[in-house]
Write a protein that binds this ligand. Structure first.
Ligand code: UFG
Length: 332
């Protein structure tokens, strides 16, 4: 298949492109490098020894999207491109709504207009809000506490409605839990801009000496050790989940959680990182971060039953591959 991957130079996008190329799919990446860099494209080539097409393009630009579809024949779209900083979304709501929602509408419109019949969307477990764990696909979505989460919920709604009105456009929404880790080659991984918002990149920068210590946001949650519990998923497992979703997408509209089904606390992740990599991670307990929930983990059984997909990499693998990438990246 010829697959358009938007945001294909980003963290999850680049790992997915690697898996797609390794399955002999033809890939066209579009990215505007707003949160990634051209060197990622070379790294993808180095890992796969395969070629792909690339267009420097912002997918919330109507004429550019139309031109792209007019001059290419795609079989499927995997839409990753979007702004993703939860905190920033509250200070720049208009930019987040405009960028994330417009791109989804334009790509879906182009699929309908140019006869592309498969659309896979990069959604997030954040749409579950503070539901009861484990989160299941059929749960009623609860309001999220930030515009970023709302853009994911809105995009989901738009794509489900598009499928209703245009049944020839099959849609799969993938709700990611907490993606971490990096490709075992150490050539691609997560490169946060500025101070990392997320836990694993922050731990990794403490390990490298770039940050003095980790701030643990609260130890008074109702969890076994009082710190927040999340369902961490290795980015390579997540990427393979996209290939499974694509292989199984024929018609209709589908929603899958992509997670491990297991919860890990902040302190458990820290101690796993320390053990696997032999590096101490100093930390300080501080106040809770506004908007955080206590516990989030998936019921991952639907993806297993229908896509025959499940995670294969554990927390230790995630910590090892994260640090392997960080070391490699520091040397550049
Ligand atoms: N945490 C810290 N210190 C930090 C960063 C995080 O203690 O410096 C804690 C948080 O309080 C939370 C846990 O580590 O308990 C995980 O936090 P992350 O910021 O890594 O991840 P979140 O679960 O808050 O959010 C992530 C993505 C969102 C996505 C969500 C889906 O950032 O985009 O998962 O569940 F929507």
């Amino acid at each position: 298949m010829h697959i358009l991957v938007t945001g294909g130079a980003g963290f999850i996008g680049s790992h997915t492109v690697v898996e797609l190329l390794q399955q002999d799919h033809q890939v066209t990446i579009v990215d505007d490098f707003s949160n990634s860099s051209p060197s990622v494209l070379d790294a993808i080539k180095a890992i796969t020894k395969k070629d792909f097409r690339f267009h420097l393009l912002n997918v919330s630009h109507s004429e550019k999207v139309d031109e792209l579809f007019k001059s290419n024949r795609f079989d499927a779209v995997i839409h990753f491109a979007g702004f993703k900083a939860v905190g920033e979304s509250s200070s720049k709501p208009l930019a987040y709504y405009y960028n994330n929602v417009t791109s989804t509408i334009l790509l879906a419109q182009a699929c309908v207009k140019y006869g592309v019949h498969k659309f896979i969307f990069s959604s997030s477990a954040t749409v579950y809000g503070d539901n009861k764990v484990p989160f299941k696909e059929e749960m009623e979505l609860l309001p999220t506490t930030n515009p970023y989460g709302e853009t994911k919920a809105m995009s989901e709604r738009i794509l489900l409605d598009a499928n209703q009105a245009h049944p020839e456009l099959a849609v799969t929404l993938l709700r990611y839990f907490n993606p971490v880790g990096a490709h075992p080659s150490g050539l691609i991984g997560e490169v946060p801009s500025g101070i990392p918002n997320n836990l694993m990149p922050y731990i990794s920068q403490v390990a490298s000496g770039k940050r003095e210590k980790l701030f643990v946001f609260g130890n008074d949650y109702e969890t076994p050790d009082g710190t927040g519990v999340r369902d961490y998923i290795h980015v390579v497992d997540l990427a393979k989940g996209h290939v499974a979703a694509l292989d199984n997408l024929e018609s209709g509209a589908h929603i899958y959680n992509l997670g491990s089904g297991k919860g890990t606390s902040v302190l458990e992740l820290v101690s796993s990182f320390e053990k696997v990599n032999g590096i101490a991670i100093p930390y300080e307990i501080v106040d809770r971060r506004p908007g955080d929930i206590a516990v989030s983990y998936a019921d991952a059984s639907k993806a297993f039953d229908e896509l025959h997909w499940q995670t294969e990499r554990n927390i230790d693998d995630m910590c090892q591959d994260t640090w392997n990438f960080e070391k490699n990246y520091q040397q550049k």
